[in-house]
Every structure is written in structure tokens, then in C-alpha cells.
Design a protein around this ligand. Sequence first.
Ligand code: PLP
Ligand code: COI
Length: 343
Amino acid sequence: METPNLEWDKLPFGYVKADYNVRCTYKDGKWGDIVVSDSEYVPLHIAASCLHYGQESFEGLKAFRGADGKVRVFRMEENAKRFIRSAEGISMQPMPVEKFCEMVRMVVKLNERFIPPYESGASLYIRPLEIGISPKIGVSPAEEYMVIMLVTPVGPYFKNGFKPTKVCLSRDYDRVAPKGTGSIKIGGNYAASLNAGQKAHELGYSVMLYLDPKEKKYLDECGAANFYGVKGNTYVTPASETILPSITNKSLRQLARDMGMTVEERHIPYEELTEFEEVGTCGTAAVCTAIGLIDDIDEGRKFEYGMEDAGPVTTKLYHKLRGIQYGTEPDTHGWCEVIEFDK
Ligand code: PLP
Ligand code: COI
């Protein structure tokens, strides 16, 4: 098995061609066999519902090569369940959990040589997606669907890695509507966030921190990741129907409880930003990253938490989570599946 010529420890969060992807089609009322492909392209009908009416959902999860050489996939059943909710949220055919997990195992095994070495701190990002492929000109759901899973080796999502990041906040942008699709993972939500993301970048910030789209009173989503704050011994994170229920955040809440912290899931009023000792953003890509500065660009108000180093709680949570993923900490909650490679 030839090792790819990649600088593993310098990988950004981006696309690198791996060897194979896997695909599965829903047709005539059933999911077919999983097909292996070495093509980076998908043949699509020019009227496919994904192209015209955005029938597309996706997921993001990671495989890690551990200190012990074993390869672990983190909480894939959770992604499988969310993939079902996303499909149902836009009238697509949901893929059963077991089929999803089978595809994940297969695509990881097929691309073994692209799983970054432990020392690099990088990982293999797995990107499942589902699209409606039937031709549709009237606005209605497709009859046929395709699930594709591709992989790409990735490094840190934010350019400064684990160092605190700077974000901006503005009331001029909504990622989703109040009773819309914020709690599912569909491409349309990300298209709707691109202008806000561009604005944040132009101003020198990594992402846009959104307030809730209904009242603009509460903290909501932080770019493509969840938000949390730390106050004394309490981990606080938004309870909001417009944010994506993050699997990373769910894991951090458990780890915070394990560390003896109190966990609160509730609305977080904007003014409470003055009360946190630490704030951060978390997700599969972002892991958990401290926010050093929040700039409210509408009101010219800055909330500072320190750009030098992440605070003690974020640091502890980060190391605990990464330790479980890389096999250096006991996986007491049974979150990782070790992938068995045929020798
Ligand atoms: N929120 C949004 C909008 C996201 O795109 C993501 C990334 O998946 C998250 C939150 C974090 O979710 P997870 O931890 O399951 O990756
Ligand atoms: C993830 O964290 O997996 C995401 O999907 C975030 C972003 C890259 C879309």
C-alpha cells in the first residue's frame, strides 16, 4: 500500500482526492447494493430535483488513526440518525442506520492509505450526502435518491488550529427561518450562510455568530458549528430549534458532566456574553475551539475573552475528546467503533 505524498501535519480543512467513494441508489421502492467508484463525478439528469429544488442533505464525521495504530470512527450511529431526520425534513427517502454504517466502514477501509498518521493530529473526514435524482420540473419530491460517501484527509478547520478564534456578530443575516430547516443538515442552509461567512472573512473574522432569527435576542449558531459558554462550573449552550443538534456538543456536555460540571441547555440572551469566562464553538470540523473575541459589528461592541490561549475548561474538554478519538483516553461511553481491516 503506497503512502500518498501528503504533508499530513500541514493539511488544511479541504478536499484531497482519495482512492474511492461509495454510492447507493434508492429505486423502485428499495435501496440497492453499495457500489464502489473511483470517479469524482456523478452523472445527473439535467432536471434532477437536487439541482433545481435543493433536495440535498449531508453529514460530516471523522475516522482517527490512534496512538495504538487502530482506526476509530466517532459516533457514526448519531450521524446516521441525523441523516434520517435531514432526509425526512425535505421529503427524501431516509437511509436505514445499518446501511449508513456499512457504507462508512466500507469507504474508510477502501481509503486506508489516506487515514492520516496519529502524530500529524489530522484525521479522515467522511462526507455522506443524499440527493434526489429523479427529473422534476413541478415542485415535488423525487422518487429516486442517491447516497454518496466520499472521504478526504483534513487538518484544523480554523487556520490557527486550537488557538482562540475571532468571530463577528450581526443582526443583518439569518442562516435559517424561525420554523425552517435549521435543525437539519441540508445544503440549502449552507448556501444561505455564504454571504454572512464572506462578510465575516472580509472583516478578518473566522465566522459569523448568529442571533436567533425570530427575536434577535438569543445566541444561536456559530458559523457551521454550535456555541457554548462557561460560567464558573457551568457549561451553557443554546437550546434552539434553529440550530443543528451537534454530536460534538452532545459529547462535550457529557464530558462536562463527567468532569463534575453543571450543564444548561437553554436560551442564552445576548447580554449574557458579558458573564462568561470562556466561550467557544464546537463541531466535527471545529472540534472545540475557544472564541477569543466576539465583535458585534452592528453596535461596535466587543466582547473579549483572550486571544492568547484557550481557557482551562475548553482545553480540558478538547484534550478529553481528542484523547477518546485517538485512543489515548478510555472510551467509557462507547463512542468509537474500531474499524477491522482485512489483512
Ligand atoms: N452546526 C452546524 C450548522 C454544522 O454544520 C455543524 C457541523 O456538522 C455543527 C453545528 C456541528 O455538528 P457536529 O458536532 O455533529 O458535527
Ligand atoms: C462538520 O463539522 O462536519 C461540518 O459539516 C461543518 C462544515 C464543514 C460544513
